[in-house]
Design a protein around this ligand. Structure first.
Ligand SMILES: NC(=O)c1ccc[n+]([C@@H]2O[C@H](COP(=O)([O-])OP(=O)(O)OC[C@H]3O[C@@H](n4cnc5c(N)ncnc54)[C@H](O)[C@@H]3O)[C@@H](O)[C@H]2O)c1
Length: 319
């Protein structure tokens, strides 16, 4: 069992995680799966499996044949898209996780990674420095599915000894892939527009602070969590994870330090209602204490990296 499988590999996080796993372990020990073919040539140097994660039979065939050391199960419908198709979001997010956990119970997977989200928090959760054991109070179907998923993970760990590990990611910001329908997607788009010297209209209000993380930190956190000794993993629901907290206006200011003429406007839409229920910052002491988590990039450092990356290549702007 030395192979690793990433499900949802064509997504915003999947692309970045696969690139990091390939460079650490080599393309041959990584298998990638998705319902669509990833638009990234480097990714396709690893074996690609066309797979519907909700299809129990197909999933179990892949796991039984693959006998994986690690499965990173990233396929999900995100917060904003999930509100448009709540039952489909529930079906995808829950059924696919149960398919993976059952396969681990069969002994076909040694270790599972499954991401949760700050969407598990809600109006009754403290707004700042949310403690690890805060009230979970999700208001979106996405958040409800992540809350339920966290408890399914702990259940399979306690009942069947499954080594399943999880992180509550904040909004993820990277330049190597496009975001997939979340409430924090503005924080990627804004850099694309700024790099093109185009005005950007933000779909959240100017002072909506949210927890965010640069993608390289998120990928490193994931790999460090998975590499930690089993006995160090005390939390089997999902670890709080924090790097930075900022508002759209603060990103605009950070960009203007490098592009003074950047024009930023606001036209909040349905995603503002979701963001309002989420906290501003997270207490991640448990992650630091248990497996040594430490973020590296702050807002200004991230702005520099994002703008340099977008400016250095021809980029595609979503309509
Ligand atoms: N991006 C973020 O800011 C963020 C924040 C918190 C948590 N997360 C979590 O991280 C994980 C990855 O998020 P992402 O941003 O990469 O999402 P994404 O939407 O960009 O990617 C999801 C991938 O899953 C694939 N997929 C969808 N249905 C599938 C199915 N039935 N079978 C197989 N594959 C299927 C999609 O084709 C897509 O490539 C998700 O679980 C998400 O909830 C992401």
């Amino acid at each position: 069992m030395s192979k690793k499988l990433v499900i949802g590999a064509a997504g915003q996080l999947g692309i970045e995680l696969v690139l990091a796993l390939q460079s650490q372990h080599g393309v041959d020990s990584i298998h990638i799966a998705d319902i669509r073919v990833p638009e990234n040539e480097q990714l396709l140097k690893s074996t690609f499996l066309h797979l519907d994660a909700t299809d129990e039979g197909a999933m179990h065939k892949v796991f039984e044949e693959g006998q994986y050391e690690e499965v990173y199960h990233l396929a999900a419908m995100l917060s904003a898209t999930g509100e448009k198709r709540p039952l489909a979001a529930w079906d995808l997010n829950m059924q696919s996780l149960l398919n993976v956990l059952e396969a681990a119970k069969e002994g076909w997977i040694e270790r599972v990674f499954w991401p949760s989200s700050i969407a598990v928090f809600g109006p009754s959760t403290p707004k700042t420095n949310v403690p690890q054991d805060a009230v979970l109070d999700p208001t979106t179907v996405y958040g409800i599915s992540k809350q339920a998923g966290e408890y399914w993970c702990r259940y399979y760990h306690e009942k069947y000894g499954i080594d399943v590990r999880s992180l509550r990611y904040p909004g993820l910001i990277g330049h190597r892939s496009v975001p997939g329908g979340g409430t924090t997607d503005y924080a990627v788009e804004i850099y694309e527009y700024a790099a093109l010297r185009k005005p950007y209209t933000c779909f959240l209000k100017a002072d909506q602070a949210l927890p965010m993380m640069y993608m390289d930190d998120a990928v490193r956190a994931t790999m460090e969590l998975m590499a930690a000794p089993k006995e160090n993993i005390r939390i089997r629901t999902s670890y709080n994870l924090h790097a930075m907290s900022f508002t759209p206006a603060e990103v605009g200011e950070s960009i203007r330090q490098l592009i003074p003429e950047f024009d930023l406007n606001y036209d909040p839409d349905h995603r503002q209602a979701i963001a309002t229920t989420w906290p501003e910052s997270i207490d991640d002491h448990a992650a630091s204490a248990d497996w040594g988590w430490k973020p590296e990039l702050n807002l200004d450092a991230m702005t520099k990296v994002m703008l340099e990356a977008y400016q250095s290549r021809v980029i595609h702007i979503a309509p």
